[in-house]
Design a protein. Sequence first.
Length: 116
Amino acid sequence: MNSSQLSPADSPLAKIFLSDYISRLAQETVRYRALPYKKLAQQTVIPSPALEEAIKGRMGLKRGQWKMLFQLLELPATFQIRPSERDGLPCWEAYFPPVSAQLEGNTKQELAGAGS
């Protein structure tokens, strides 16, 4: 694998990848636990339509809002992005929870820039 073909882990492209990962994780958690958006919205003080759109990946939230939501969902708010390979092509992978092994070029991202 040639990870030099990937943009740096702190690049806007990597942050877009992480943002998509975060919203998908939230969406699957909400769906699996059958949680109503209205109740989550009341607990996070985020309007229900905005929260639903953010969880579906169509709208961003600020970092603090994602952290608050993930606390309510009892999910860790830290992920690690590492270069990987799929079907012979380089790609990013987000590890949840963060893996402890340190590899060259590892970057830990806190619910980050996801949507902010």
